[in-house]
Ligand binder design. Structure first.
Ligand code: 13P
Length: 252
C-alpha cells in the first residue's frame, strides 16, 4: 500500500554541470525501476536544470527547503509559488542541518508544511533526536513534539501526500546507522503521533522513511523492516553507481 521512496539529499554538493553529469550516468541505471519512487534534492542553483533533464523519466526532484510566503522582502529565500512554477514536485522541510545551522524552528516547519500542501508540493518533514536526547531517554518526547508542532492546525483533508523522514542526528554523516529495531521503534512512535494528530487512516498511509548513513551494504536490511517505507540518503546519493545500488536494494 505504501510505495517505498528512496530520496537523495545532495546537501551543498554539485554545481549544475556536475548535477547533469550525474544524471547522464544515473538515469540509464534506474530506467524502468518502478518498485520504489526515486526523488533527488539538488541545491537551489541546480534544481531547474535537474527538473528539465528528468522530464519524462521515473525520477522526481525537489527543493531542500523553502520559505512559507509566496513573495516578499526575504533576501535569500525561495517561495512555494516559485518552486511550483518550475514544475518542482517535492520539498524537504526541517532537515536537522536547517534546524541547527539556519535556526529553523518547529513553528517555521509548521508554516512551511501548510504552504507546501497549499501549492501541491509533496513535503518530506524531517524529525530526529540528538545523541544527547537519546542518551537521556528523551527520544520519544522529541519525536512526538516535532511531529505535533509540524502538524499543528493541519487539516487531514489536505495532508494525504505527507511523508516523514526519521533522521537521528547522531546517525547523519557519521557512519553509525541506527539499528533496525531502533528505527522500527522510532517509526512506530511517529506513526502513533501522526494518528493522534490527523487520524489513523492517514497515519497508515503516510510513508515514514529513514535517513542516516544509508549505504548499499545496509539498505536491504533497513528496507526489510515493516515500518520503514524508504530511505533519505545523503553521502550515498552523490555517486550515481552507489545511489543506484541503494535503490536496487535486495528485497527481503
Ligand atoms: P548521510 O546519508 O550522509 O548520513 O546523510 C543523511 C541525511 O542527512 C539525509 O538527509
Amino acid at each position: 500500500m505504501r510505495k517505498p521512496l528512496i530520496a537523495g539529499n545532495w546537501k551543498m554538493y554539485k554545481t549544475p554541470r556536475e548535477s547533469l553529469a550525474f544524471l547522464e550516468a544515473f538515469l540509464p541505471m534506474v530506467e524502468g525501476h518502478e518498485r520504489d519512487e526515486i526523488v533527488l534534492f539538488p541545491t537551489m542553483s541546480s534544481l531547474g536544470y535537474v527538473l528539465d533533464r528528468i522530464q519524462g523519466t521515473n525520477v522526481r526532484a525537489g527543493a531542500q527547503t523553502m520559505h512559507w510566503m509566496n513573495e516578499g522582502p526575504y533576501t535569500g529565500q525561495t517561495s512555494p509559488t516559485m518552486l511550483a512554477s518550475i514544475r518542482c514536485t517535492h520539498v524537504m522541510l526541517g532537515h536537522s542541518e536547517r534546524r541547527i545551522y539556519a535556526h529553523e524552528t518547529d513553528d517555521m516547519v509548521n508554516w512551511k508544511l501548510k504552504a507546501a500542501f497549499g501549492h501541491d508540493l509533496t513535503p518530506i518533514v524531517c524529525v530526529g533526536e540528538t545523541l544527547d536526547k537519546r542518551q537521556t531517554g528523551l527520544t520519544e518526547a522529541v519525536l512526538r513534539w516535532q511531529i505535533a508542532c509540524a502538524l499543528n492546525g493541519v487539516e487531514r483533508e489536505v495532508a494525504s501526500s505527507l511523508i516523514i523522514a526519521y533522521e537521528p542526528v547522531w546517525a547523519i554523516g557519521t557512519g553509525s546507522t541506527a539499528t533496525p529495531s531502533q528505527v522500527q521503534e522510532a517509526h512506530r512512535i511517529i506513526r502513533r503521533e501522526v494518528a493522534e494528530r490527523i487520524g489513523q487512516e492517514l497515519a497508515d498511509s503516510t510513508r515514514i522513511i529513514y535517513g542516516g548513513s544509508v549505504k548499499p551494504e545496509n539498505a536491504g536490511t533497513i528496507m526489510s523492516q515493516p515500518d520503514i517505507d524508504g530511505a533519505l540518503v545523503g553521502g550515498g546519493s552523490l555517486d550515481p553507481e552507489t545511489f543506484s545500488r541503494i535503490i536496487k536494494y535486495p528485497k527481503a
